[in-house]
Write a protein that binds this ligand. Sequence first.
Ligand code: ADP
Ligand code: MG
Length: 227
Amino acid sequence: KVMAEGRAKLSEVEALGVCEAYGIKVAAARLAKSPDEAAGMATATGFPVVMKIVSPDIVHKSDSGGVVVGVATADEARETYERIVNNVKRAEPDATIDGVLVQQMVKGGRETICGIVRDPVFGPLVMFGLGGIYVEVLRDVIFRVAPLTTADARNMVTGIRGSKLLDALRGQPAVSRDALMDALRRLSHIAVDFPMIEEMDINPLLAFEEDAIAVDCRVRIALPKKA
Ligand code: ADP
Ligand code: MG
């Protein structure tokens, strides 16, 4: 559908839908088109929620004031809708705005990232790393060629330099390495099944003691060259 529409990028709802279809857990999310709709969806989801701009023209939502976490009441959801739209209109006046995503807030996880890239020599690669400063500043990420074996997935989760940060830490339990490996194997299937996916990023995949939950996902596909 996305290719037929000539779009190179999936919306966040579509991208999270791909994850969900492949058994990667995702935070429940719905697209609101008005402040009242956002309030209704937030109430149905259960507070607190996270609200995010949905726009085909915005890649890094936080950079333009497009993400608000911890929205606690229906009134706040209404106000937050307006605030997010205003922030984005100010930061990116030409951006098309589709609405605001109302998403279940998942608290207390450790941030990891994972994704798919395509290498001209090796083909599809699966990537894993710790989120936040670990990836931005320290570039602590690891790649393996898809399809991943169980050993590959284990080597990725244990092979990053910061792997100890996934252990019990400051009174928090260790995160489930099995859940992370499971998500990486599922991503590997996506990489093999969809050669048109050029790039996919789950950032963050929040890691918990029992599971791992995707809250943000981008997918870029290669469109056939126009004749
Ligand atoms: P972007 O990467 O486009 O700026 P994200 O959707 O990743 O936007 O949101 C920014 C940050 O907000 C995330 O890295 C994460 O720390 C936090 N966050 C986003 N969604 C949730 C959620 N559903 N539950 C908890 N934290 C979230
Ligand atoms: Mg993100």
